[in-house]
Design a binder for this molecule. Structure first.
Ligand SMILES: Nc1nc2c(ncn2[C@@H]2O[C@H](COP(=O)(O)OP(=O)(O)OP(=O)(O)O)[C@@H](O)[C@H]2O)c(=O)[nH]1
Ligand SMILES: [Mg+2]
Ligand SMILES: [Zn+2]
Length: 267
């Protein structure tokens, strides 16, 4: 970028001017169709721009956080980004069965959950990449870069063994990078995260990220109901009836109660 502007990020479409052979400066960044990012009270961490699909990569080993999946879903839903959940390392048969049981909730919500093994065969992913700019997102060590290498061998992304002692990855990928899969589709590999703050999403929009809440919108006693402890809340009633799980309500409440200056809720 010219000067101090540093507004371009992975996935952006830019106009540039060639300076010398093979070098140029970015003049403008085109308006974005989507922006996937996380944020806390202090900073924003952009994952990728203009993606049309996020492939949330999870695996049985190291263990994954269901709460992080729910948060990533809120970020994707708020930007109208399609979602695919890839359960990688399906070659680890028994742990994968257990992980699938946890993920069945998300399957029931309508998300596609696709077991895959980056080390064995990734062709099951091919049909879902078509015409998409996809980003592989997830915790460290889930095998995002290994998946990318299996899909696009020329990429030669660095991968690394997980730490069994810490039950986590070792944050091998440090920046997002885009690779073309075919003429109409591309994939971005992104750094693993261990947190997924959503401070940038307004309180009243958080519930949109929870698909199973949607049928109850407009049915609460108060039009500005936050589905927290309000009387006559249709979402809370649905939880009581077992139509929404306590777990998902808990994830939602945690988001609602996040510490934002002046707006945090006290139970
Ligand atoms: N058994 C098995 N191991 C896998 C599979 N895919 C990846 N791994 C292993 O998981 C470890 C971590 O893989 P990476 O691709 O570096 O993980 P990552 O998600 O890119 O991690 P970060 O870049 O740190 O976010 C490596 O040792 C891989 O060999 C798989 O399908 N099966
Ligand atoms: Mg990686
Ligand atoms: Zn309500």
């Amino acid at each position: 970028m010219r000067g101090k502007k540093s507004g371009a990020t992975c996935g952006d479409q830019v106009e540039y001017q060639l300076t010398t052979a093979g070098q140029g400066v970015i003049e403008t960044v085109q308006p974005r169709t989507s922006l996937l990012y996380r944020s806390d009270a202090y900073k924003e961490k952009i994952i990728a721009a203009n993606v049309t699909q996020v492939i949330i990569v999870v695996a049985a080993v190291p263990s994954f956080s269901e709460e992080l999946i729910s948060r990533c879903l809120v970020a994707a839903e708020s930007e109208n980004i399609a979602v695919l959940i890839a359960l990688n390392k399906a070659d680890l048969i028994e742990p994968t069965q257990n992980a699938l049981a946890t993920l069945s909730l998300y399957r029931d919500l309508g998300y596609r959950v696709l077991p895959v093994s980056a080390l064995q065969d990734v062709s099951v992913l091919h049909p879902f990449l078509k015409n998409h700019l996809s980003v592989l997102a997830g915790q460290s060590g889930m095998g995002k870069s290994t998946l990318l290498n299996a899909l696009i061998p020329e990429a030669q992304r660095a991968t690394a063994e997980i730490s069994l002692a810490l039950d986590s990855g070792t944050h091998t990928t440090t920046h997002s990078q885009l690779y073309h899969f075919d003429r109409d589709s591309a994939i971005i590999d992104s750094p693993g995260f261990q947190e997924f703050g959503l401070n940038h999403i307004k309180e009243e929009n958080l519930a949109w990220g929870f698909l199973e809440f949607h049928p109850y919108f407009g049915q609460c006693k108060f039009s500005n109901c936050r589905h927290f402890k309000e009387p006559g809340c249709a979402v809370l009633a649905a939880v009581k009836q077992g139509k929404i799980t306590e777990r998902r309500l808990g994830f939602y409440h945690k988001l609602l109660c996040r510490n934002r200056s002046g707006t945090s809720l006290i139970g």
